[in-house]
Design a protein around this ligand. Structure first.
Ligand code: ASP
Length: 341
């Protein structure tokens, strides 16, 4: 029988209502299993590792990503796949971070959760959990993992983790991957899109990375953005990397103070990555003069990155390299299928 490690971090899937406030709060894994008697019928051997205490994913942070990497790395050979139960709010950040921190991953790491707690009649948690476990246990005809990547499974869609974004705070279709096809659509049957699934080197070991440098900031441009505020962000002495969310295909206002401030930041070694505020499509800094000016100022393209992927990739590279030119070069390459290049 195939073996899966289920890592329960918290999130709505395992929450219950606080008797006093009425607000949802994370409960331990026993509560979740008690709400789902079918759990014991799953035909995969499952071990459980739970975070104590379980957390709302708003409290997810780089040290907890390192903890997840450690849990997986220490037990890597003992399991066919890993499922992480996680709140939806920051699931795409965790999936992106893990995709960089688990280098040459040869087994599935599938994150899932739900919009309604497991105890509720209309919960989406049951299907998400059962299907994720099935997908994590699946092998191909050569006995290799069917989906050797960090993925998010939600509501019938298996998506590359570092391409996914939370798109809905209420609906069951809570995630999508606008710039990359789904890896599998799960209806009555699983329909795999093999061509789009990563092919790691199965002969090489997986290399875990534990450190990230979180001295990064994300800021969005908007008409009327003020010089003194932008300067304060760019000049904060701790900042080493900036994800700048620009207009359309990577365009910014042409105002001289902005170009000057960005050029100066780039000269001081700050890595500024340009990603679009659009959920779909790619940055192309040469398309309009407004984008070309950014390129000339030393800003690097984030191509069709999600914000979650750009931020965590930057944290990952900043922890590993001290030379801005090396980091800029690596931002320009796909490390784990996160950009279309
Ligand atoms: N606030 C919850 C969390 O992210 C939302 C969810 O799980 O859907 O932990």
């Amino acid at each position: 029988m195939n073996k899966v490690l289920l890592i329960y971090t918290g999130g709505t899937i395992g929450m219950g209502q606080n008797a006093v406030t009425g607000a949802l709060e994370p409960l331990d894994f026993n509560h979740l299993v008690e709400s789902m008697p079918e759990f014991r019928l799953i035909k995969t051997e499952i071990d459980v590792y739970q975070f104590t205490p379980p957390i709302d994913s708003s409290d997810m942070a780089p040290d907890k990503w390192a903890k997840l990497v450690r849990i997986i790395a220490r037990r890597y050979d003992a399991y066919d796949g890993f499922v992480i139960l996680h709140g939806t709010d920051t699931m795409a950040y965790t999936a992106s971070a893990l995709s960089f921190m688990l280098e040459n991953l040869t087994k599935p790491v599938i994150l899932t959760g739900s919009q309604l707690p497991m105890g509720q009649l209309r919960t989406d948690g049951k299907e998400n959990l059962v299907t994720s476990i099935e997908l994590a246990a699946l092998k191909d005809s050569q006995g290799r993992a069917r989906v050797p990547e960090v993925c998010i499974y939600f509501s019938g869609r298996l998506m590359r983790g570092n391409r996914s974004t939370k798109i809905n705070a209420d609906g069951f279709h809570a995630f999508d991957s606008f710039n990359y096809p789904h890896l599998c659509d799960a209806g009555v049957d699983f329909v795999f899109h093999d061509h789009h699934i990563l092919k790691p080197d199965f002969g090489k070991p997986m290399t875990p990375h534990l450190t990230l440098d979180p001295n990064v900031v994300v800021f969005s441009l908007f008409p009327g953005v003020q010089e003194h505020i932008v300067r304060n962000v760019l000049q904060a002495k701790e900042v080493r990397g900036i994800v700048m969310r620009t207009f359309g295909s990577g365009n910014a206002p042409q105002t001289p103070w902005l170009m000057h401030a960005l050029r100066e930041a780039a000269r001081r070694g700050i890595v500024v990555v340009n990603i679009s505020q659009c959920v779909s499509g790619s940055v192309e800094m040469g398309r309009y003069d407004t984008g070309y000016q950014l390129k000339a100022a030393g800003i690097v393209s984030g191509y069709d990155s999600t914000v979650e992927s750009a931020v965590t990739k930057l944290m990952f590279l900043l922890a590993r390299h001290s030379t801005p030119a090396t980091i800029r070069n690596l931002m320009d390459r796909s490390l784990a299928g996160e950009i279309s290049r």
